[in-house]
Design a protein around this ligand. Structure first.
Ligand SMILES: *[C@@H]1O[C@H](CO)[C@@H](O)[C@H](O)[C@H]1NC(C)=O
Ligand SMILES: *[C@@H]1O[C@H](CO)[C@@H](O)[C@H](O)[C@H]1NC(C)=O
Ligand SMILES: *[C@@H]1O[C@H](CO)[C@@H](O)[C@H](O)[C@H]1NC(C)=O
Ligand SMILES: *[C@@H]1O[C@H](CO)[C@@H](O)[C@H](O)[C@H]1NC(C)=O
Length: 181
């Protein structure tokens, strides 16, 4: 229907914009690709998605989801991630879209903290590799110290391309029908 066409268009816009933004500001990775961030169709869906991506320092993760229905929590260890344990959350975001800039190499663990969504497979572990481009130090420091970060600081569009991507993501999150493909 029209909304699906629209959604495809928005995703395409985001992808196109990310190509232009890519050279200067890092690649955007839309978590789960066309499915966004939602109840996984099966338990390996997000792991399968992550395996197809090369994610480097300076890149950004984009979570598209309905606020209030899903959220994102970050935990520091694989053990907590495997157990879907919310005992030591280092970050939480709850307003889609969430854009997370990756400022440090190493593993990162995210899952949905709502109900049993994590147990059902709405979880993604990524491995951020070192990349050549230099990063502004101030950004790295700011993000680092922000435990219990909330959305306001998560996504501050810096360039026109970032803004376009953010708006496309916002539209995808605000129009529920669009996330039902
Ligand atoms: C999980 O779901 C995706 C998308 O529907 C599908 O492509 C994939 O083959 C499924 N994997 C398993 C193990 O069922
Ligand atoms: C990731 O990057 C490596 C080295 O650049 C390359 O060999 C590999 O094919 C890439 N993998 C994917 C899934 O793009
Ligand atoms: C949670 O964090 C505290 C302080 O960083 C640490 O001492 C504790 O072992 C952690 N617990 C788990 C289950 O990881
Ligand atoms: C993450 O990537 C680095 C290299 O980029 C590699 O040395 C390390 O083993 C990887 N870790 C995991 C858990 O895959």
């Amino acid at each position: 229907m029209a909304s699906r066409t629209q959604y495809a268009f928005l995703l395409l816009s985001a992808v196109m914009a990310s190509l232009f933004a890519g050279s200067a500001a890092g690649v955007y990775h839309i978590i789960g690709a066309g499915k966004g961030w939602r109840m996984a169709p099966n338990k390996t869906y997000y792991a399968d998605w992550a395996r197809t991506r090369n994610i480097s320092v300076g890149d950004k993760l984009m979570f598209l989801y309905r606020s209030g229905v899903y959220n994102i929590v970050e935990v520091p260890t694989k053990e907590l991630f495997d157990a879907c344990s919310m005992r030591n959350i280092t970050n939480r975001w709850q307003n889609g879209p969430t854009i997370i800039e990756l400022t440090q190499p190493g593993p990162r663990y995210y899952f949905c903290g709502v109900g049993k969504h994590c147990e059902e497979g709405e979880k993604v572990a990524i491995n951020v590799s070192v990349s050549a481009p230099t990063l502004p130090d101030s950004d790295a420091d700011a993000d680092d110290d922000d435990a219990d970060d909330s959305d306001s600081s998560a996504a501050t569009p810096a360039t026109a391309a970032d803004l376009l991507i953010y708006l496309a993501g916002l539209a995808a999150c605000l129009l529920p029908a669009l996330l039902l493909i």
